[in-house]
Design a protein around this ligand. Sequence first.
Ligand SMILES: [Mg+2]
Length: 421
Amino acid sequence: MFALADCNNFFVSCERVFHPELNGRPVIVLSNNDGCAVSRSNEAKALGIKMGDPYFKVRGIIEKYRVAVFSSNFALYGDMSARVQQVLRQFAPAVEQYSIDEAFLDLRGMQLQDPDSYAKHISAECRRLTAIPVSVGIAPTKTLAKIASKLCKQYPKLNGGCYMYRPADIEKVLRRFPVSDVWGIGRRSARKLEAMQVRTAWDYRQLPEASVRKLFALPGWRTWMELRGVPSIEFENLLEPRQSICVSRSFAKEITDCGQLCEQVANFAESAACKLRKQHSLALEMSAFAFTNRFKENAPQTFGSHLCVFPDGTSDHRAIVSAAVAATRELFRKGYAYKKAGVVISKLVPEEGHSASLFADAGISERDAHLSQSIDEITRNFGPGAVLFGIQGDGRIKMSREHQSPHYTTRWDDIPKVSVK
Ligand SMILES: [Mg+2]
C-alpha cells in the first residue's frame, strides 16, 4: 500500500494559518510578480476563478466579492511544507516528497489493521501540528492513492482520509474520474485519448495492453498497470541529493543595466550556494543565463548563457558568487531588456571524500572555507540575507509582491505578536 498526502489549496491554507478570519472567505495567491492565480480557496473556485487566470482578468470578481489577495510568499510556504513533511515522516519508514504540497508514503510491510482510520489519523495529526488541512489517500498503487486523495477533497465526510482498495469501489470511482486528471496523463496523451473516445480512467484501464504500449509507450503503460492495481512506478528515495540546482526568477521590470543584472544574478548564486552547502555537495560547473521577454514581439531578443568550471569542485559562497558575476558580465549585451535570469549549478559530487587537485592553493581555500562557514552560521542564526556580499545590493530580488504577507515562521521580526489582557 501507498499513501499520498496532499495539502488542500496549499498556499491559501498557509496564509489562513495566520489569518483565521479568512476561513470561509474567498482567498487567492498570485504567482511571482503578481501575474496570475496559482492557489485558490474553495470559495474562490466557486466564484469561477480558474488556475492560472491573470490577475487583471479577475480583478472585477475580486472587487465585487471582496476576495482576499496575497502575493506568493515562498519563505512561508517552504517552511510550512517542511513542517508537514516532518509530521508525515512519523507515519511511514519512507517518504517521497513529490512537490511542495504533496508526498508519497511507502506503507509496504507495515501491516496496518485499519488503513482507513490510519489515513484519517495522518490527516488529523497534520492539522493538529501544522494547522494545514491535508488529504490522505491510501491505495495499492501510487496512481490510485492520488485518486483516493482527490476523493477526500470532494467528500468532506471522509474527514481527510480515504482507503480505496475493493475492486468494486475502484471501478465505481474510475468510471467517474476524467482520464485527463489521472497522474501521468499529460496534455498530449489526453488529446489523443479524447479522439479515441477514452474519457474516464476506467475507459483507459479497459484498453488492450498492446495498444497502450504502442500509443503511449512505457510511461503510459505504467499508468495503465497502476490503474489495474499493480505497482509500476518506483518509489523514489528522496534522500538522494539533487544532481543540479537551479535558481532563477523573472523580474517585475526588465533590466537593461549590466550592474543591476549582476546584482540580481549574485543573489541567485548565493541562494544556490546555500542549497548546495545544505546537501554537502561540491559543484564542478555552474552557468549563468539571462534572456529577454519573448512575448514582446517588437523588442530585440537575446538569450545568453555562460559556463564556469571549478576543476577542484567548490561549495564556497564567494567563489560561486564571483564566478556568477563574471559570467553575467560575459553574457550581458547592451541594448537588450532582460526579463529573466538565473544560475544552474551542476556536476555535483559529494563533499566527503572528494580530493582537491595537487595544484589547488591551500592557503586561499582554507581562508575561504572559514568565510563560508561563518556565512552559514550567521544565516542559520539570523535568517537568509542577514549577511551579504557587496555585489548583492540590498539582497532583494526585484519582483513585484504588492500583497505579500510577512515571513511569520522564518524571520524574527515577523513573528506574530499576541497580547493578553
Ligand atoms: Mg495540493
